[in-house]
Design a protein around this ligand. Structure first.
Ligand code: NAD
Length: 441
């Protein structure tokens, strides 16, 4: 089977690499010529564990190709996946211009039956728009070519994307015909053989499933952060409360960690987009509005603690930051809490020294010369007036506290991910602050 993936970003590259890994002939398309040239030369635009090797291996086997020529790719494909970006519009709704553009391109170039599958995260009703755009182009060409549209939202997690794709918790597919169902069943067979479920449903339900899933995950984060903030005020310890509640199997112990808010390219935009969908249908999603509001204020919580520690004056102070990406195992800084924190620190007149295992280049695009980039986590601490931990990379978990104490100008640690033990740090002589724990005692 020949397939085409249009949009060679996180989702497109992982999808393309994984399908080629199981022997399918895959062409990845992008409008970004530089990106395609780089990919052809084995330069991968993103950091994702295992991806570079998988892409190189399959390119060398002749099963994975990169091109900017959408026409050739569509013409020679049985299935076309759309995995272009769906960034938020000014009002928060998903901007579908790239998706619709690709749908039009499909209509312009398909020459026999093609299944067009939307993998991008798109609001309810988009598949119908995709179908209409294809139909319009076919009508313009005055040809009558049979095609199907399907919705196959992607659930991969950046940082664990390959594993998520190869061993998915579930594959969700919305279809309108048996032909489309059979094609996708065949295509995904290598990934479902070991009992990983593929769930077929109607297209609208599939589109809704993706938003509902991300909104649920975002809700868990805002819920635990809200409870954490109250814990801190009343003198409870969120770390203990978390253990207490997550031992209930109905609640479960995943994804309920207090922190400095969710970020990334998906949760913020998908929560907003679902709120807008609700509004479009005159339904107010009250829970999600609160989820968004809690998250927005949570992103400032560590900055506020640092500000308070220095009595509201950070002018000339140096703040060391460990971790910039929105979560470990990725260089993605889209909507990362670090962006908000750094902007606030700079506006308050502080100097910032930052280290991240993989996101420094990404950070340079955002902050240029405004902050100091360090190649080592301990280097950030030299003459710094405190340390703030923003991303829970493994290498930050058991650092050498004695060296840290020695290097820091002022031994104050602001732990935005609750990875350290309060009593251990206090014993060494640190002032220690985290989320949802009153650290005065
Ligand atoms: P991305 O921004 O990394 O990549 C999108 C790519 O599409 C870019 O390389 C861009 O140049 C290309 N593109 C845009 N218009 C094009 C066109 N007309 N033809 C060909 N290429 C075009 O985006 P991403 O993170 O891969 O996300 C893609 C979609 O998948 C989004 O809807 C996103 O919400 C969803 N999603 C993302 C993740 C994730 O973790 N990143 C997970 C699940 C779902």
């Amino acid at each position: 089977m020949n397939i085409t993936i249009i949009g060679s970003g996180y989702v497109g590259l992982v999808t393309g690499a994984c399908f080629s890994e199981v022997g399918i002939n895959v062409t990845c398309v992008d409008v970004d010529q530089q990106k395609i040239d780089n990919l052809r030369n084995g330069i991968i635009p993103i950091y994702e564990p295992g991806l570079e090797k998988m892409i190189t291996r399959n390119m060398n086997k002749g099963r994975l190709h990169f091109t900017t020529k959408i026409s050739d790719a569509v013409r020679s494909s049985d299935v076309v996946f759309i995995s272009v970006g769906t960034p938020p519009d000014e009002d928060g709704s998903a901007d579908l211009k790239y998706v619709i553009q690709v749908a039009r391109d499909c209509g312009k170039h398909m020459n026999d039956y093609t299944l067009v599958v939307t993998k991008s995260t798109v609001p309810v009703g988009t598949s119908l728009k995709v179908k209409n755009a294809i139909k319009e182009e076919l009508d313009k060409r005055k040809v009558n070519i049979d095609f199907d549209v399907a919705s196959n939202p992607e659930f991969l997690k950046e940082g664990a994307a390959i594993d998520d794709f190869l061993k998915p918790d579930r594959i969700v597919v919305g279809v309108e015909s048996t032909r489309a169902e059979e094609l996708l069943n065949t295509l995904y067979k290598p990934f479902t053989l070991n009992g990983h479920p593929i769930i077929f449903m109607d297209v609208i339900s599939a589109e809704m499933t993706k938003y509902a899933a991300n909104s649920m995950l975002a809700t868990k984060i805002s819920f635990i952060n809200d409870i954490a903030n109250l814990c801190e005020i009343v003198g409870a310890d969120i770390n203990k409360v978390r253990k207490g509640i997550t031992s209930d199997t109905r609640i479960g112990n995943k994804f309920l960690y207090p922190g400095i808010g969710y970020g990334g390219s998906c949760f913020p935009k998908d929560v907003q987009a679902l709120i807008r969908t609700g509004e479009e249908y005159q339904y107010e999603l009250k829970v999600l509005k609160a989820v968004e509001a809690v998250n927005n204020s949570q992103k400032s919580i560590l900055f506020n603690k640092i500000m308070k520690y220095y009595d509201g004056d950070l002018k000339g102070k140096t703040v060391a930051l460990w971790g910039l990406s929105f979560k470990p195992q990725t260089d993605d800084m889209r909507e990362a809490p670090s962006l908000e924190i750094i902007r606030k620190l700079l506006a308050a007149g502080a100097n910032v020294r930052a280290y991240d295992p993989v996101a420094l280049n990404e950070a340079k695009h955002h902050f240029g010369n405004a902050i100091t980039y360090c190649e080592d986590q301990y280097e950030t601490l030299i003459n710094a007036d405190c340390l703030a931990v923003l991303t829970e990379w493994s290498e930050f978990r058991i650092p050498n506290f004695k060296i840290m104490h020695k290097l820091l100008n002022v031994p104050a640690v602001f732990d935005g991910r609750n990875i350290y033990d309060k009593s251990e740090l206090k014993k060494i002589g640190f002032d220690y602050f985290c989320i949802g724990v009153n650290t005065d005692s």
